[in-house]
Design a protein around this ligand. Structure first.
Ligand code: FAD
Length: 375
């Protein structure tokens, strides 16, 4: 039997490749980039610090089978992620908003969740059926918190006003009325691969049935050499954009070096101002990210932009309030259903923002169903 082609050496491709290889299929993984691990790729820089090339990747999940799957390929260490937002006054406050954030913004001295809840209720606007992100936020936290923490951030992150944005995007941001200050408080497990993501992927791909070719771009003419193709490339690009483009936001990364290895209880700082930068990561504060102590550390600032302004690097699918790009994606999906021996997988193949655990879970379900069909 001909081998199977996997386009994309990120988590979607890796889960498919490994599962198929273990089931006895020969697999060829290609990626147009010069490295494996997709957007989770990391490396150690000249400061001896592990940096994630495409922005900080924090592993968090509620799904036992995802934990079990990733832990087969490397050791993980516990890590509780914390974020602070910098107020215009320069004071860092917990994000997601919690009791201490409310006190810092309103100058109050609340001690209980009930007091914060009552305060938020008193400032929330009476909007019964929010039609967009602005209305959803106004109905939950009122004008001031919305305009401080969400309006400028959304504008720089998405290039959209809150009014033009789907409520779904902000609905997943938690709001706390207690003092809990961890970012992913609702996920059972938060952890990081001890030796980095790239090493984890090396182990995933280390199987006699898997061959990996980097700096190799997918061409339709390749398909004849393979029995089936699992494809994580952008679905609109596969169809030569014939129905139009599925747009993405992208990020430009600005790295800088500072002396010392300072301690701090959080690794990511969000900026609430109207400048171009959304957040900054202090990499050395992530576990095992000081690979070699050089007495220096690396900080990376993120500047969001349209993907056309960043070499077509696709990061976040754009979700508008009217759902127009989701409808366009559905049209591409219908075209894909007519294609023989190809399935679109992952973030860009299915035009959704997926966390790593979600992409692993979906990919396991997808490839297991495919194998069952052929059993
Ligand atoms: C800035 C940022 C921060 C994130 N932070 C987190 C986080 O903290 N926690 C979390 O759980 N998730 C996070 N994610 C999500 C995470 O990156 C995704 O879940 C994961 O990358 C999805 O894997 P994938 O395989 O679908 O896509 P990718 O990792 O993007 O892999 C797809 C691969 O396909 C390749 N490819 C595309 N087109 C072609 C082609 N034509 N030919 C050959 N190869 C091609 C690409 O080069 C790429 O390497 C973050 C994402 C971004 C953008």
């Amino acid at each position: 039997m001909k081998p199977i082609l996997i386009v994309g050496a990120g988590f979607a491709g890796a889960v498919h490749a490994r599962t198929l290889a273990e089931a006895g299929f020969r697999v060829h993984v290609i990626d147009q980039r010069p490295h494996i691990a997709g957007n989770a790729y990391d490396y150690v820089d000249d400061n001896g610090i592990r940096v994630h090339a495409y922005g900080p990747h924090l592993f968090h999940t509620k799904m036992p089978r995802v934990i079990e799957w990733v832990q087969k390929f490397g050791a993980f260490v516990p890590y509780t992620h914390k974020v602070r937002a910098l107020l215009p006054s320069g004071v860092p406050v917990p994000l997601p908003i919690n009791l201490d954030t409310v006190n810092a913004v309103f100058g109050t001295d609340y001690q209980t969740a009930e007091q914060v809840h009552a305060h938020l209720k008193s400032i929330a606007l009476p909007i019964v059926e929010p039609a967009n992100a602005a209305e959803h936020l106004y109905a939950n936290i009122g004008l001031q918190l919305t305009d401080l923490f969400f309006r400028p951030y959304t504008k720089k992150m998405w290039g959209l006003d809150l009014e033009d944005m789907s409520a779904a995007v902000v609905k997943r941001i938690p709001l706390r009325t207690d003092r809990k200050d961890t970012y992913f408080a609702d996920d059972d497990v938060q952890m990081m691969p001890r030796d980095g993501y790239t090493k984890l992927f090396q182990t995933i791909f280390a199987h006699e049935n898997i061959r990996v070719s980097l700096t190799t771009r997918f061409e339709k003419s390749m398909l004849t050499d393979y029995a089936f193709c699992f494809n994580a490339m952008p679905i609109d690009e596969y169809f030569d954009f014939k129905l139009g483009e599925l747009p993405y936001r992208s990020l430009k990364f600005h790295h800088r070096t500072e002396a010392g290895i300072p301690e701090q209880s959080w690794s990511i700082t969000n900026f609430t101002d109207t400048g171009p930068i959304t957040r900054e990561t202090a990499w050395h504060l992530l576990p095992h990210h000081i690979a070699q102590n050089t007495g220096r550390h690396t900080l990376t600032r993120e500047e969001p932009c349209d993907y056309r302004d960043n070499h077509m690097e696709r990061y976040y699918p754009v979700k508008t309030a009217d759902g127009r790009y989701n409808k366009l994606y559905d049209q591409y999906k219908a075209l894909a259903a007519d294609e023989q021996n190809i399935a679109f997988i992952g973030r860009c193949g299915t035009y959704q923002y997926l966390d790593m655990d979600q992409v692993i879970n979906q990919s396991l379900t997808h490839v297991e169903a495919w194998l069952k069909q052929r059993a």
